[in-house]
Design a protein around this ligand. Structure first.
Ligand SMILES: [Mg+2]
Length: 236
């Protein structure tokens, strides 16, 4: 369970990375998120030396492709849900209604899932606490799941989680070692998927504002934001 083990097996290792808060600093406007300028060269180099490099994100694949110029990288967008049907209009209207009650709350409609961000409300934590219950109820009423990240609640079909996406990657790629780096609650499931595998693994917590304590506790290694992660990846 260490970075050294992954480094020693790099040619047969999978390097799995979250996007927001991990490769790209968190910004107020989700559409404006960009990876650090050094991310593309570092990842391009890693693609040559590791068995696989992949980004696992709740964002659509096309968004990440547009902002991250690394042709060889694999991108699992929308938690691997891209083939799922578009959410019902009722869910869309219901979430828009909930968002309308919190001035500054933003709806990010990804068709197969919808996220509500409270980052730009006057009191983001309080707004998040207020919408938590109605969002959960709306999700449950439509047999959907809701989950939480940094100042965001998301509604998606059940099973739409990073754990499943990572497990699928590990089964397909069959690496002898794997590193996963992330900064948020969703990434804990990816950590668990690594833990369940029987290969050498390294779980990296990318620590920034609002990183849940739990992810720092569980991680094997802790780095300071996306800058710290790129420094770590350069050492592989
Ligand atoms: Mg993240």
């Amino acid at each position: 369970m260490s970075l050294a083990a992954v480094a020693a097996h790099l040619a047969e290792a999978a390097i799995l990375l979250d996007f927001d808060g991990t490769l790209a600093p968190i910004v107020d406007e989700p559409a404006m998120a960009r990876p650090l300028p050094d991310a593309a060269p570092v990842l391009t180099d890693l693609c040559r030396r590791a068995a696989a490099v992949a980004v696992i994100t709740g964002r659509p694949e096309a968004f990440v492709r547009d902002v991250l110029d690394v042709p060889q990288i694999e991108i699992v967008g929308l938690y691997g849900l891209a083939a799922s049907p578009r959410l019902d209009e009722e869910v869309r209207t219901g979430l828009a209604h909930i968002a309308a009650g919190e001035p500054g709350a933003e709806v990010e409609d990804k068709e197969v899932s919808i996220a509500l961000h409270t980052r730009r409300t006057a009191d983001p934590q309080t707004a998040l606490a207020r919408i938590r219950k109605p969002v959960r109820e709306l999700a449950a009423a439509h047999n959907l799941t809701s989950f939480e990240g940094k100042l965001v609640l998301e509604v998606a079909p059940p099973g739409a989680r990073k754990g499943g996406a990572v497990q699928e990657l590990l089964e397909r790629l069959r690496p002898t070692a794997a590193l996963y780096a992330g900064d948020d609650l969703q990434d804990l499931e990816a950590f668990d998927a690594l833990e369940r595998s029987e290969i050498e693994t390294c779980r990296v917590a990318v620590v920034g504002s609002g990183t849940p304590e739990r992810i720092i506790e569980v991680a094997d290694v802790e780095v300071d934001g996306p800058v710290g992660l790129l420094q770590l990846l350069r050492t592989l």
